[in-house]
Ligand binder design. Structure first.
Ligand SMILES: CC(C)(COP(=O)(O)OP(=O)(O)OC[C@H]1O[C@@H](n2cnc3c(N)ncnc32)[C@H](O)[C@@H]1OP(=O)(O)O)[C@@H](O)C(=O)NCCC(=O)NCCS
Length: 120
């Protein structure tokens, strides 16, 4: 399935939209920890769900995060929703949880990003 993305680059986040309005998500760099990007508001129109758009948006959000210079992405999922298992299948690791939500992270390092590392 080939689909075009539309990007809106605001000051502190990038909005990613599927070209025909089927879905949307946003990526923002953590203001303090600039190597970490947060993915928010991943959402696909109800009538277009379960045909792969969510996966496309999530993968595109990770690409955008990499371009923004992030080495890690984080996102949150409600504990009792399928999304928590989906994120695990996509390589996300649970970081912490409260009563309702699990916060996940995933390393998205590539060669360019690794060059920015400093020895401890
Ligand atoms: C979450 C959401 C964005 C997924 O979008 P989508 O276009 O349906 O996703 P996809 O078709 O790409 O499916 C993604 C994965 O989730 C699984 N999935 C999707 N809907 C599911 C459901 N209702 N129950 C169980 N699994 C489901 C798919 O099988 C797929 O798994 P796979 O990649 O291992 O094969 C969409 O359901 C949505 O907008 N929900 C409301 C908003 C929301 O909850 N956002 C998430 C915030 S944490």
């Amino acid at each position: 399935m080939k689909k075009a993305f539309i990007y809106h680059h605001a000051e502190d986040y990038t909005l990613i939209m599927l070209s025909d309005g089927e879905g949307v998500c946003s990526v923002s760099i953590d203001e303090n920890i600039k190597s970490c990007a947060c993915i928010y508001n991943l959402s696909v129109e109800e009538k277009y769900r379960r045909i792969g758009y969510g996966n496309m948006l999530l993968e595109e959000a990770e690409k955008v995060a990499r371009k923004l210079g992030a080495n890690v992405v984080s996102l949150a999922a409600e504990k009792d929703k399928f999304t928590a298992n989906w994120y695990k299948r996509k390589g996300y690791k649970p970081l912490f949880s409260d009563k309702e939500y699990i916060t996940f992270y995933k390393s998205i390092e590539n060669e360019d990003n690794q060059k920015q590392h400093y020895p401890l």
